[in-house]
Design a protein around this ligand. Structure first.
Ligand SMILES: Nc1nc2c(ncn2[C@@H]2O[C@H](COP(=O)(O)OP(=O)(O)OP(=O)(O)O)[C@@H](O)[C@H]2O)c(=O)[nH]1
Length: 478
């Protein structure tokens, strides 16, 4: 492999010196030759041509307004074969049907897979109140199918069946929008690119058409109906802007359809309708707006219609559906990230986390301290109560001992209460009484005896004083 491509050189000198804070330095190199990325659009073009294009158009309108004819005229093909006239006895369908016809058409080597969705029966009943319902259901079922394919694990073959444009055919009444038109457009304008067309415009004069268009537009505005408008972008060339403006000025398109080639009085062969007074040319912008419609639908804005369907209509429907299912969007996912701001944000978050942890730790510490304090207080109270009990017991003991001491000192029995309180029987009390009287008598006798003895001794000794003479006398004392 060659170290340096021959096609270009790069200068090695960095051109961007002061990168914004938080961003790593970006080195920009100046190209010194042809690289080739200017060819990218060609690559995309080639790839698209190889892959081909896919487009789905829906046509809605009352029967006989020229829908099939216009589709055949638009794509220059007989997608819808000529219809056999139905016998009056033939049973008519009671509901709006949805029919799809697909065809691969090729023009200058570019392939287009065209699908046309027809809605036979729309507006053909006595009561057309719910005519729009099967059509809305069909459009939503196509969105559903696309969503289901998007959510598959393998998405290599995603088939886009979504309706990219809906041509709504208005009867050339010359009045204003009918109730069924308003109802249909109101129900569908958020789900499909609406393109209103005035069918069979060759049945009206230019003045009638202009007035009819004005009334239709004011009705559309009055009912807040959004119809597809040719988009304009900044920096676009004047020609493109003028083209877009011209297309927009023709809405609603007054069309004439014919897939037949007819001869004009001046000898030309054109697609048109022959009348006794002349030929209405489909591709003549002075006769009808068919060319402008084709320009909008096929030539200029087909990709815009596909993009708008995908990016706006389908996206809105998808968001609503997912929200309805309870799926919520995390808005932070798609936030643009500035590294410096991100760092600051992380720092703030970290600090907040630390502060929270600190507060939590403080709280836990305080809680523990409080628990410990209450425990200590409790044990202190217990100790104090025990000390009080012991003190009281000791005091009582001291008082008892002092009482005993006093009693001992006073000679009283320690337990006088016991003797005094004991109840004596009669016999013991009598015996005690008698014994105490006998003891006294005995004492007296002993005393008398000893006194007499002493007197006798003294008399005998003759020294007894005269006072003792009575002892010798025989007089009884008692
Ligand atoms: N005057 C006039 N007649 C038209 C025009 N386009 C179609 N027709 C005629 O109107 C008749 C019905 O045309 P179709 O294309 O079959 O109409 P349609 O809306 O597809 O009808 P259904 O298939 O029944 O829904 C045919 O005879 C057409 O030739 C038109 O632009 N002007």
């Amino acid at each position: 492999m060659a170290s340096t491509p021959m096609a270009f050189q790069t200068s090695r000198r960095p051109l961007l010196v002061n990168p914004p804070a938080g961003l790593s330095s970006v080195i920009r190199k100046k190209l010194m030759g042809y690289v080739g990325f200017a060819n990218l659009p060609n690559q995309v073009h080639r790839k698209s041509v190889r892959k081909g294009f896919q487009f789905t158009a829906m046509v809605v309108g009352e029967s006989g307004l020229g829908k099939s004819t216009l589709i055949n005229t638009l794509f220059n093909t007989t997608l819808y074969p000529a219809k056999e006239p139905q016998p009056p006895s033939a049973e008519k369908p009671k509901t709006v049907a949805i029919e799809s016809i697909g065809a691969d058409i090729e023009e200058n080597g570019v392939r287009l897979h065209l699908t046309v969705v027809d809605t036979p029966g729309f507006g053909d009943f006595v009561n057309n109140d719910d005519s729009w319902k099967p059509i809305v259901e069909d459009i939503e079922s196509r969105f559903d199918s696309y969503l289901e394919q998007e959510n598959r694990v393998n998405r290599t073959k995603v088939v886009d069946n979504r309706v990219h444009a809906c041509l709504y055919f208005l009867q050339p009444t010359g009045h204003s929008l009918k109730q069924i038109d308003v109802e249909f457009m109101r129900r569908l304008h958020t789900k499909v690119n609406l393109i209103p067309v005035i069918a069979k415009a060759d049945t009206m004069t230019d003045e009638e058409l202009a007035a009819f268009k004005q009334r239709i537009l004011s009705d559309i505005e009055h009912h807040n109906i959004h119809i597809f408008q040719a988009p304009t972008y900044e920096n676009e060339d004047e020609e493109t802007i003028a083209e877009a403006e011209e297309i927009a000025s023709k809405i609603p398109f007054a069309v004439v359809g014919s897939d037949k080639v007819v001869n004009t009085p001046d000898g030309r062969q054109v697609r048109g309708r022959v009348y006794p007074w002349g030929v209405v040319e489909v591709d003549n912008e002075e006769h009808c707006d068919f060319v402008k419609l084709r320009q909008m639908l096929v030539r200029t804005y087909m990709e815009e219609l596909r993009e708008y369907t995908n990016d706006v209509l389908y996206e809105n429907w998808r968001t609503e559906k997912l929200l309805g299912m309870g799926v919520a969007q995390d808005s932070s996912v798609f936030k643009e990230i500035n590294p410096a701001a991100r760092l600051q944000e992380e720092r703030v978050m970290h600090e907040a986390k630390l502060a929270k942890m600190e507060a939590e730790m403080k709280m836990v510490f305080q809680q523990k301290v409080q628990e410990k304090e209450s425990k200590l207080k409790q044990s202190e109270e217990e100790l104090y109560a025990r000390h009080k009990d012991m003190k009281e017991a000791l005091e009582k003991q001291r008082l008892d001992l002092e009482e005993k001491k006093r009693k001992l000192e006073s000679g009283r029995p320690i337990t006088p209460e016991k003797n005094s309180t004991r109840r004596k029987g009669f016999l013991p009390a009598l015996l005690q009484f008698l014994s105490s009287g006998m003891l006294l008598t005995i004492h007296l006798y002993v005393f008398v005896f000893f006194s007499m003895l002493i007197g006798i001794v003294l008399v005998l000794l003759e020294q007894a004083p005269p006072s003792f003479a009575w002892i010798l006398s025989t007089d009884p004392i008692f």
